[in-house]
Ligand binder design. Structure first.
Ligand code: F6R
Ligand code: MG
Ligand code: MG
Length: 376
């Protein structure tokens, strides 16, 4: 029987601003999922990063299963009630529709799901990010699955040298799911050309060409495509199977040492470094910086081991220090140039009013070089 891993994640309220969920809120969600455990799930794990809560589930129902999705939706609904009762900020923020309609995709929460025949030992990594967007994983996934400068296995392992197939989604297209498959290494330049654009093209899945097995599933939700207005950043989750015919866990983690600049940060409208943090870390400086956590598990007969917090290792302290320096450095230039996102990606509409008013005050000169303004 195949095992399905499903992560469903949402922000349904937090303490002190968009910072971190309360213990009571986490407890409500845990209770709800615990009740579903015997009938629906073989195992689950609940964790938070920033103001987001993720429910990781193992079951045999396959991806997109209505009962699993409904259970998670109701758990977050319950959580939102607790958040409201406690007066948490942004209670119910990511639950964008009133009634559940078969699948939480397109309803606000982020989803990543993988189905496979368990190997005799099945290690995988679960990533969660806050104050950023799904494209934040583009560079780390490119480096881990396509770049032999990062992943020695692409040269050394007979399975990995066959390469990987990347499935990329065009998240700018709102009529449906617009996707393209690229075969690595042949399509290396094509892949780089797309992944350059983190807010438009996003890695949705990666498959090993050696045996066709799926290694990666990522969430690709664009909340403002759903709601038609800003409701929060898309704060993505990611599942990566590792080892043997996939990159090693360490090869998947290594790119996070770059702490690359990503979109998000304050008001989802700035650029900041992607800081690797311990699971459960909240947000702080300038509502950020954008953060990413990673838990490593093994799953066996649908049951999880306890997790290892991959970014708790002392190595990452140096990376965190460097990311903090980068975070402060880019903030020194405030709204200017590369520090704030282009107009199309600004998550708050206030500037539109400003610019509309200013637009009426612009004048076009009568002729090039003339000193007088038209109408003056
Ligand atoms: C970014 C984020 C925060 C908020 C900011 C203002 O994704 O969640 O940076 O945008 O704290 O929040 P509001 O508009 O709720 O006061
Ligand atoms: Mg929030
Ligand atoms: Mg968030």
């Amino acid at each position: 029987m195949k095992t399905t891993l499903s992560i469903i994640k949402a922000d349904v309220g937090s303490i002190g601003g968009h910072v971190a969920p309360s213990k009571k809120l986490l407890g409500t969600i845990r209770e709800h999922v615990e009740d579903a455990m015997t009938s629906l799930l073989s195992d689950y794990y609940i964790t938070s990063t920033g103001d987001d809560i993720a429910i990781l589930m193992a079951h045999d129902k396959g991806p997109g299963h209505v009962d699993v999705h409904r259970m998670a939706w109701e758990a977050f609904k319950d959580g939102a009630l607790t958040a409201k009762a406690q007066g948490l900020y942004g209670a119910g923020q990511d639950l964008l529709v009133d009634a559940f309609s078969g699948n939480v995709k397109g309803m606000g929460p982020a989803v990543a799901e993988l189905e496979f025949d368990e190997r005799p030992n099945e290690p995988f990594l679960m990533f969660m990010a806050d104050k950023t967007e799904p494209g934040a994983y583009n560079l780390p996934l490119y480096m881990a699955f396509a770049d032999p400068m990062n992943t020695a296995g692409l040269l050394l392992s007979p399975e990995l040298t066959k390469g990987f197939r990347f499935r990329i989604m065009d998240v700018g297209y709102t009529e449906g799911d617009r996707v393209i498959d690229l075969e690595l290494p042949e399509d290396l330049y094509n892949l780089a050309a797309l992944l350059r654009d983190n807010d438009r093209y996003v890695v949705e899945a990666i498959f090993a060409r050696h045996d066709g097995e799926q290694a990666v599933a990522a969430s690709t939700t664009r909340l403002h495509n759903i709601a038609g207005r800003y409701t929060g950043k898309d704060d993505p989750v990611l599942l990566v199977r590792t080892q043997k015919n996939f990159p090693a866990s360490g090869e998947v983690l290594a790119p996070y040492s770059v702490a690359p600049f990503v979109n998000g940060y304050m008001r989802g409208s700035h650029v900041g470094p992607f800081m690797p943090v311990v699971s459960g870390t909240g947000c702080s400086y300038f509502d950020g910086p954008p953060i990413v956590s990673c838990l490593g598990f093994c799953v066996h007969n649908g049951r999880f081991t306890e997790p290892v917090d991959m970014f708790a290792h002392p190595f990452w302290d140096t990376v965190r220090d460097r990311a903090a320096t980068k975070a402060m450095e880019i903030r020194r230039q405030g709204f200017s140039g590369a520090a704030m996102l282009p107009f199309s990606e600004l998550e708050y509409g206030g500037i539109t009013n400003l610019l509309e008013k200013l637009d009426r005050r612009f004048k076009v000169r009568a002729e090039k070089g003339a000193n007088e303004l038209v109408g003056v």
